[in-house]
Design a protein around this ligand. Structure first.
Ligand SMILES: Nc1nc2c(ncn2[C@@H]2O[C@H](COP(=O)(O)OP(=O)(O)OP(=O)(O)O)[C@@H](O)[C@H]2O)c(=O)[nH]1
Ligand SMILES: [Zn+2]
Length: 340
């Protein structure tokens, strides 16, 4: 791990480790760890069900037994006390909903969400909007990745995304990369993006857009491990459903999330949609926790559809926000409300 990142993680761990925040403290108590003794700080890098691997500060990996229901996930900052773990407060969580509707945390403390789309299969209507809102409401920076640049239609998809989100009044500064896991085109740019920061990223995208192909190409050593597993047991890497955290040689980290195949992010609520819709946050003054401190609209519970004194509608009327983007918001809101 680059020094800068290590330092940042140490500072963060130190901050939370002092128990200054109520949440960190309650976690300590829940874990039953000794309050005064400092454990060895580390990051949870792999979860094997009844044991986890912790990467300690010096880079050493230490296996620690955990209960299956312990709730630890990859990316968690922890302190190790012999056979015990104390989990520190999380900055962010990547969540998904399973087929039964239960919410699971897939990984913690990531700061970049690679939203992967492709010309084939193309993104379902509203997919990118939802992913952007999900990322923003989780405090994770989005990185839009158009994969399969080698296929016809990739350029048109990039242009469409630019037109919809980036260009025009009220556009957002969305990092957008065109890549091909097949030819290798543009993959350097993903690595550079993660190295600057340095960032810890994970990919989401609908089935078939090439998430696994990207991970395999970006993390060649993972594939080697996979080869070995295949030989011994005949099991592929996708038979495991737990995430793994990998350092990238140039800096930054990538969380591989096998089993996290479909979009699967926790469905966004009506409230998140209006506060974190691309281009809305600035007008509403939305802060990281979703609070719109400006009270820009006349009504606190404004849905930005027809309400008088609505800052969003005013921005559209004044040409400060692209009407087409607001229309996407209106359509998604209508869809969400129909589901609720
Ligand atoms: N032409 C082309 N095909 C690609 C590219 N990347 C992936 N593919 C192909 O797309 C298909 C799906 O790739 P995966 O990596 O399995 O996609 P995924 O998003 O991980 O899919 P799930 O595991 O179902 O979520 C495979 O046949 C890949 O070979 C690319 O850059 N160009
Ligand atoms: Zn409004």
């Amino acid at each position: 791990m680059p020094d800068k990142q290590r330092k940042r993680q140490q500072t963060r761990a130190g901050r939370s480790g002092r128990g200054s925040s109520r949440r960190a403290r309650s976690l300590q108590l829940a874990a039953g760890a000794e309050d005064d003794v400092a454990g060895e700080p580390g990051v949870l890098v792999a979860h094997h069900g009844v044991a986890v691997d912790v990467r300690l500060r010096g880079g050493e990996r230490r296996p620690v037994k955990v209960r299956r229901s312990s709730g630890h996930v990859v990316g968690d900052r922890v302190e190790v006390f012999g056979e015990r773990l104390r989990r520190l407060e999380r900055d962010s969580e990547l969540r998904r909903r399973d087929a039964m509707g239960r919410v699971h945390v897939v990984a913690a403390n990531l700061d970049v969400l690679g939203i992967v789309v492709a010309p084939k299969p193309g993104p379902p209507a509203g997919f990118i909007d939802r992913a952007l809102v999900s990322a923003a409401s989780s405090g994770i920076q989005p990185l839009l990745i158009v994969n399969k640049a080698d296929l016809d239609g990739a350029g048109a998809l990039v242009a469409a995304v630019r037109r919809t989100f980036v260009e025009g009044p009220g556009g957002v500064d969305l990092p957008l990369l065109e890549v091909s896991a097949k030819t290798g085109e543009g993959l350097e740019a993903i690595l550079r993006f993660l190295a600057q920061g340095p960032h810890r990223g994970a990919f989401v995208g609908t089935s078939g857009v090439g998430k696994s192909s990207l991970v395999n190409t970006l993390l060649p050593e993972v594939e080697l491990e996979v080869g070995a597993i295949n030989e011994l047991s005949g099991l592929g890497r996708h038979t495991t459903t737990t995430a793994t955290l990998h350092p990238l040689s140039g800096g930054g980290e990538l969380i591989d999330t096998p089993g996290f195949r479909d979009f699967g992010l926790v469905d966004i609520g009506v409230r998140e949609l209006s506060r974190f819709f691309p281009g809305f946050a600035d007008i509403l003054g939305t802060d990281a926790s979703g609070h719109d401190s400006k009270h820009a609209c006349r009504f606190n519970d404004c849905r930005h559809l027809v309400e008088p004194g609505c800052a969003i509608l005013e921005a559209v009327a004044e040409g400060a926000l692209a009407r087409a983007r607001w229309e996407r918001y209106r359509d998604l809101l209508t869809e969400l409300e129909a589901l609720a």
